[in-house]
Design a protein around this ligand. Structure first.
Ligand code: NAD
Length: 482
């Protein structure tokens, strides 16, 4: 079993707490994937203080020089892709091909942001004084605190840390404990690339202690958070109280709309892929399927036929299509929502049970689950479940579909299947979501495009692509006269 220490000021350090956290394999709970420090808040203070010192020289480097470190980290991550992907599968359960895809995404993100070091960092704006030069200049925030969830343990930390670093910030990183071994391996790549001491720091531990200290530490100038809306609220309020810049990306309750003119086979494929891949544990996962009544039976039949063929098991096995829930807590949440759905009067038409045969009792496996006769007021139609559960809803037309699709507090992603151009245009205009996808599944993000939600899904900034610059820099307006 590997043991990972905290990474502070370029050194792997033991926590003073003497507490360890053991990360277990959700597909086989007798396997300990690794152990990390379960730190105390003072270690965040230490990391932040070194990070502040490192910031003074890191921000002075040319962007291109900072970019070289990211290119090097990308090469190292690429050379370790197999190992890191396998660790991810063992630690949080997603299938190996998905884990490899995510790690490759991490490599691409590092290279994308490495190039950012040579792109523009401001605009020239004509002054009313003809003898003056007026311009804007993007400047770093200082130390950025990075708090991440377990569901994309390589991609999310990198899509936060790479832009933070390239724009001249330094980082104090707290990964989710459930995916902390994978995160430590990502930090090893930065370490091997030779980043100056203190530029990147990692402190492992509980959210309420380590995450909270990142929120409260006055030396941390910006906080970027991805996770549940419940935690996001705490992070946002804490940051606001002390005037730190913050960014929150949170949950979703993402719909797919299937209109009467849709390519039904395509819609079925995308509903399964968007809703059930990664065991439904993506913030952009499809959870509500809103179907025109004229094609409802055909769609349902085809969906049930395909879902029945899904193989559930250990994500390392090549025949597995869907892995386990990440933890017993998450499994119980999913099972609770299945009970809630039944009690609310929805009709269970597929799955609904924990899987225990053929050694699946060793892990947190649940059947892909489908409900019908779901109404929009039900909790299974309103609340994020974060599991392989689909709610089918029948509608008369696109107008009703959009009303239902928008009748939730979240607004992260949404998709529609239609061949009618007017339907597409209406959907683009009227769907309240940060990511709207036409004839494509709700889960799907490209690293060069802005990503983020509306409503309760986000603090309304955007991550990734050029949009990242908005959060990771401040704008200075400069006026120069000779
Ligand atoms: P979570 O909110 O439980 O935890 C997220 C992180 O916050 C973890 O590192 C946790 O330790 C930390 N944390 C917990 N309490 C804290 C506190 N008081 N102060 C500071 N930090 C604290 O979320 P999770 O279960 O790890 O992840 C699942 C959630 O993440 C889902 O809701 C999902 O939709 C969301 N998510 C959103 C996106 C997006 O981009 N919108 C992407 C992936 C996941």
């Amino acid at each position: 079993m590997t043991h990972y220490l905290n990474y502070i000021n370029g050194e792997w350090q033991e926590s003073a707490s003497n507490r360890k956290y053991q990360s277990i394999n959700p597909a086989n709970t007798s396997e300990i994937v690794g152990e990390v420090e379960n730190s105390v808040a003072a270690e965040v203070d230490k990391a932040a203080s070194y990070s502040q010192q490192a910031y003074l020289s890191w921000k002075k480097l040319a962007g291109a020089e900072r970019g070289q470190y990211l290119y090097k980290t990308a090469d190292i991550l690429e050379s370790r892709l197999e190992d890191i992907a396998e660790t991810m599968t063992r630690e949080m359960g997603k299938t190996l091909p998905e884990a490899k895809g995510e790690t490759a995404r991490g490599v691409a993100l590092l290279r994308y942001y490495a190039g950012e070091g040579m792109r523009e960092e401001g605009d020239v704006i004509p002054s009313t004084d003809a003898a003056a030069l007026m311009l804007t200049k993007r400047v770093p925030l200082g130390v950025v605190g990075v708090i991440t969830p377990w569901n994309f343990p390589v991609a999310i930390p990198i899509w936060k840390m790479a832009p933070a670093l390239i724009y001249g910030n330094t980082v104090v990183f707290k990964p989710a404990l459930e995916a902390s071994v994978t995160a430590a391996k990502v930090i090893e790549c930065f370490d091997e690339a030779g980043l100056p001491s203190g530029v990147i720091n990692m402190v492992n531990g509980e959210g309420a202690e380590i995450g909270q200290r990142i929120v409260d530490n006055p030396q941390i100038n910006g906080i970027t958070f991805t996770g549940s809306d419940k935690t996001g609220k705490i992070v946002g309020q804490g940051a606001l109280n002390r005037g730190a810049k913050y960014q929150l990306e949170m949950g979703g309750k993402n719909p797919v709309i299937v209109t009467k003119d849709a390519d039904i086979d395509l819609a079925v494929e995308a509903t399964i892929s968007g809703g059930l891949r990664s065991t439904g544990q993506k913030c952009t996962a499809t959870s509500r399927v809103i179907i025109d009544e004229s094609i409802y039976s055909t769609f349902k039949e085809k969906l049930l036929e395909k879902v029945a063929k899904i193989t559930v098991g250990n994500g390392l096995h090549p025949e597995t299509w869907m892995g386990p829930s990440v933890s017993d807590k998450q499994l119980n949440t999913v099972l609770d929502y299945i009970e809630i759905g039944k009690n609310e009067g929805a009709t269970l038409i597929h799955g609904g049970n924990r899987l225990t045969d053929n050694e699946l009792d060793q892990g947190y496996f649940v059947e892909p689950t489908i409900f019908e006769n779901v109404t929009t007021d039900m909790r299974i139609a309103q609340e994020e479940i974060f599991g392989p559960v689909l709610a089918l809803m029948k509608v008369k037309d696109l107008g009703e579909a959009l009303t239902i699709a928008n009748d939730v507090e979240f607004g992260l992603s949404a998709s529609i299947f239609t061949t009618n151009i007017q339907n597409m245009l209406d959907f683009i205009d009227d769907m309240e979501a940060g990511l709207v996808r036409i004839n494509a599944e709700s889960a799907g993000v490209e690293l060069q495009a802005p990503f983020g939600g509306m409503k309760k899904s986000s603090s309304h900034s955007r991550e990734q692509g050029q949009a990242a610059k908005e959060f990771y820099t401040n704008t200075k307006t400069v006026f120069i006269k000779g």
